[in-house]
Design a protein around this ligand. Structure first.
Ligand code: NAD
Ligand code: DAU
Length: 331
């Protein structure tokens, strides 16, 4: 299949590209703006087998050029970090909403199938039980509000123009090549460096962990078998409190709990996410990787691949970290 993968140089997008090239033999074009989170290094092992276009999804000319000859668009491109959306939301509106609109227009003009990669955060927080696709959309942060806006635009293009569009909503992903501003890689790299591990609030917020390769397979199922106009939840097999995630990482890194530091909570911090994924399972998808095994492999990957993270930790990320946490990184 000829695929346009937007945001394919990011964490989940690059894993999806690897999967499509290696397991499906797809002809893939990646369109990516290469923000701080997008890196060619994430595609190092498949870069010779794809076409890479450096450009922004909110730029109609770049999108038209990249989309030429493609049968489907899978859109991962987004500003994705909740904390950054709280300190500076504007870029989230441009990329996540305006950019999605430009892609939908291109898909409509060319009659392409369209998959929007979305998030459990569009439903907001849930104390008990799990969200289904029928649950109301109640986003809390500027990030999740822009992802919700994008989902609604996608639905409108199905209802109004008959666009063959599908939405796939994932829970918290983890695995190799994740930018270390997110909980799991940040805690792993701080633990390996002997730095403190900053836990927000009481550490008892719960996330529903999904290995990045399982999400890639779920998106593939939505692309191949999803009904136009439908949304599909893709939730991980395990839920875990943040403090438990941090304790496990310390154990896997050979460190003790004295490195844990409780810090000021995130504004509007969602307490718990949980997805029911029966609808996607009916399409044949099932998560393969449990959290215990996936986390162990992930810690090992970061331990063995400092070529990948060392340039990040010694570059502009240091300034971000100092602004966010009010102190410098050790390494
Ligand atoms: P990421 O931040 O690692 O990667 C985002 C990618 O998009 C980067 O390559 C970046 O350069 C690119 N990008 C950003 N703005 C762009 C623009 N204007 N034009 C073109 N490219 C642009 O993000 P991720 O964690 O890989 O998330 C990918 C998608 O999955 C996002 O849509 C996110 O909302 C969704 N999602 C993420 C998670 C998660 O846990 N990380 C869970 C569910 C859904
Ligand atoms: O749920 C899916 C979403 O997961 C995606 O849509 C987002 O793009 C992705 O960033 C992620 O959002 P979260 O806010 O859940 O992930 P994050 O890794 O930022 O935080 C996970 C939890 O850990 C959250 O409860 C906040 C907490 N946390 C995070 C950081 C960075 C800490 O306690 N300390 C930290 O330093």
């Amino acid at each position: 299949m000829k695929l346009l993968v937007c945001g394919g140089a990011g964490f989940i997008g690059s894993s999806f590209v690897r999967l499509r090239v290696n397991e499906h033999g797809d002809d893939v074009t990646v369109l990516d703006k290469l923000t701080y989170a997008g890196r060619r290094e994430n595609l190092h092992d498949v870069i010779d087998q794809i076409r890479f276009v450096h450009g922004a999804i909110e730029d109609p000319v770049a999108v038209a050029g990249a989309a030429e000859g493609c049968e489907a668009i899978v859109n991962f491109a987004a500003e994705t970090h909740v904390d950054r959306s709280i300190s500076d939301p504007e870029g989230f509106i441009v990329t996540n909403m305006q950019g999605t609109h430009v892609l939908l227009e291109a898909a409509r003009r060319q009659g392409m199938r369209y998959v929007q990669v979305s998030t459990d955060e569009v439903y907001g927080s849930i104390e008990e039980g799990s969200f289904t696709e029928q649950s109301p959309l109640q986003p809390s942060s500027p990030y999740s509000a822009t992802k919700t806006g994008a989902d609604l635009l996608v639905s409108s293009y199905f209802h109004t123009f008959g666009l063959e569009a599908v939405i796939c909503r994932g829970s918290n992903n983890y695995g190799p090549y994740q930018y270390p501003e997110k909980l799991i890689p940040l805690m792993i790299l701080n633990a390996l460096a002997g730095d403190r591990l900053p836990v927000y609030g009481d550490g008892r917020n719960v996330r529903n962990w999904l290995h990045v390769e399982d999400f890639g397979h779920g998106i593939g199922h939505a692309l191949a078998h999803g009904l136009p106009g439908e949304a599909y939840n893709c939730g991980g097999p395990d839920e875990c409190e943040n403090i438990e995630v941090v304790r496990r990482i310390l154990g896997l890194s050979g460190r003790d709990e004295s490195l844990i530091e409780y810090v000021t909570d995130r504004l509007g911090h969602d307490r718990r996410y949980s997805l029911a994924s029966a609808k996607l399972q009916q399409l044949g998808w099932k998560a393969r990787m449990g959290f215990a095994e996936g986390l162990e492999r992930t810690v090992a990957w970061y331990r063995d691949n400092d070529w990948w993270w060392d340039p990040i930790r010694s570059g502009v990320y240091r300034e971000y970290y100092e602004r966010q946490y009010g102190r410098a990184l050790k390494r």
